[in-house]
Write a protein that binds this ligand. Structure first.
Ligand code: GLP
Length: 244
């Protein structure tokens, strides 16, 4: 049963998820976090930075694993998700760099890189709290809708719409967005102890309604979250659309 929380606006969504991270790290300082990129978590990371500066959250013993990365981009490329995380969170908080984990977009052997990542997650004891966003087409991480989904971390081909929605990272040019990525699989996400999906804005409302109310299907990757025992959707009014 998916828990659903509908809040007034994007700031309230960010605040609720930031509080959840703060509570987790207060009770379990060495917790393992799964982290997303995209526009949606920008405000979440701003709040965590502020909370850290005010001494309200300590990341010194925490471990992080990011969901996905563009294939072919080295970590220091300005369009990489790693650069996004450095800018929005990592550079500003006291995470131990050795406990920050990322799929390496520049890996020469992507399959081996994905196997390494799965092994690193296992070695860390699994992800305690996985935070995800959702694409307008229902993707989570870079698990795009299709005839089949991958359980584990894998190499993924991006839909044109997904490349367009990532264009801002590449000077607004969708053609500059890589065609492929590395991503945790749906199974990687479902193995987390708890999952929070955050979504804001009207463009997400149709995907949210189908992910929650429709059948579990590879055509709507976020629908697989219905199978998890501890999942919460934290939505603003617009993303909640007509849900009641
Ligand atoms: C991107 C990312 C996802 C993210 C989603 C939504 O392509 N790969 O991890 O959740 O799309 O992005 P946004 O928050 O910018 O709408």
């Amino acid at each position: 049963m998916v828990k659903v929380r509908i809040l007034g606006d994007e700031g309230a969504v960010a605040q609720a998820v930031a509080r959840r991270v703060q509570r987790l790290l207060a009770s379990a300082p060495s917790a393992v976090l799964g982290l997303p990129t995209g526009r949606t978590p920008v405000e979440l990371y701003a709040r965590l930075r502020r909370a850290h500066a005010a001494g309200r959250v300590d990341f010194s013993r925490a471990t992080t694993f990011n969901l996905d990365e563009f294939l072919g981009l080295p970590p220091d490329h300005p369009g990489s998700y790693r650069s996004f995380m450095d800018e929005h969170l990592f550079r500003h908080v006291n995470l131990n760099p050795r406990r920050i984990h990322f799929l390496h977009g520049g890996a020469v052997d992507p399959d081996r890189e994905c196997a390494r990542y799965e092994a690193a997650i296992r070695r860390a004891g699994g992800i305690d709290l996985q935070i995800v966003g959702i694409g307008a087409n229902g993707h989570i991480g870079f698990n795009e809708p299709g005839a089949a989904l991958s359980a584990d971390s894998h190499r993924a081909r991006l839909e044109p719409g997904t490349r367009r929605s990532n264009a801002a990272l590449f000077g607004g040019r969708a053609s500059a967005v890589p065609r492929e990525a590395l991503s945790m699989g749906v199974g990687t996400i479902l193995r987390a102890g708890a999952i929070v999906l955050m979504a804001t804005g009207a463009s997400k409302a149709p995907a949210i309604a189908t992910a929650l109310g429709g059948p579990v299907t590879t055509r709507m990757p976020a629908s697989f979250l219905q199978l998890h025992h501890d999942v919460e959707f934290v939505l603003d009014r617009e993303a909640a659309g007509t849900l009641r």
